[in-house]
Design a protein around this ligand. Structure first.
Ligand code: AMP
Length: 248
């Protein structure tokens, strides 16, 4: 724990120089949890493409209408739609010192687009809000987790529709079954966490997202962390990777 605390202290001292961070891993690998910890510590936003798409679905936007059925099947939303969505999000002022991408890129085309986009930002071709650090080459943290653990995490996952707190009926149950500890709202399961949809999401991950491991390895940007460990241990290893990476 001491090592973890000092990792946090070291990172705090370096706050606001994080640059782009990508969290790579299958559904329920812990990307959202780690992204939140990194976001709180480094003071950079967590950008979850899944969350943005879900928000569009519930607001019934044009993008949401296009994405809804695809997401319900567990397939990937077309690259162009997701890349446009990320491009607009990166223009926001809170991305000026870096950002964490959670769930993006998910295909080699998305990764190539992101590299090109960051390069253009560095060259000042896409607006002037981008500090050099924010559009540096990303550091990619891959969370590696065993299939059966993922299945339990997914089928046990429940969240509070009001405050967003996430529980797991096996590993982290609420005090009263089915009810949020914080605000008493009935908990909900995500429709795409059903076991059959999970199988589809894993298939999409293996076919379309796993090739990113080689993509980023070849560019010397990939750091692998065993995501089967306690959250704090994964966090300490991820933080250390972010601190020690050579951005150039
Ligand atoms: P997530 O919350 O990251 O598991 O994403 C939920 C769903 O949103 C995925 O199963 C996809 O249908 C869609 N989605 C999220 N991110 C992407 C992405 N980068 N590319 C394509 N589809 C995505």
């Amino acid at each position: 724990m001491e090592a973890q605390t000092s990792a946090v202290a070291r990172v705090n001292a370096n706050a606001r120089v994080a640059g782009p961070i990508i969290l790579l891993g299958p559904p329920a690998a812990g990307k959202g949890t780690q992204a939140k910890l990194i976001s709180d510590t480094f003071g950079i936003p967590q950008i979850s493409t899944g969350d943005i798409l879900r928000a569009n679905v519930s607001r019934k936007t044009e993008l949401g209408a296009k994405a809804k059925a695809i997401m319900e099947r567990g397939d990937l939303v077309p690259d162009e739609l997701v890349c446009d969505m990320v491009a607009s999000r990166l223009l926001e002022a809170d991305c000026a010192h870096g950002f964490i991408l959670d769930g993006f890129p998910r295909t080699v085309r998305q990764a190539e687009w992101l590299d090109g986009h960051l390069e253009q930002l560095r060259a000042g071709k896409k607006g002037d809000s981008c500090a050099q650090q924010a559009c540096a080459a990303p550091v990619v943290i891959r969370l590696v987790v065993d299939y059966n653990t993922l299945l339990q995490r997914i089928t046990g996952r429940r969240s509070c529709p009001a405050c967003g707190l996430i529980y797991n009926v096996y590993f982290q149950p609420p005090k009263v079954q089915g009810i949020c500890d914080v605000d008493g709202t009935p908990l909900a399961a995500r429709p795409d966490d059903a076991e059959d949809v999970f199988a589809e999401r894993m298939k999409a991950y293996e076919q379309l997202t796993l090739p990113l491991v080689d993509y980023y390895k070849a560019r010397g940007r990939l750091i692998e962390v065993n995501g089967d460990q306690a959250v704090e241990v994964v966090m300490a290893q991820a933080f250390s990777a972010i601190e020690n990476v050579n951005r150039l």
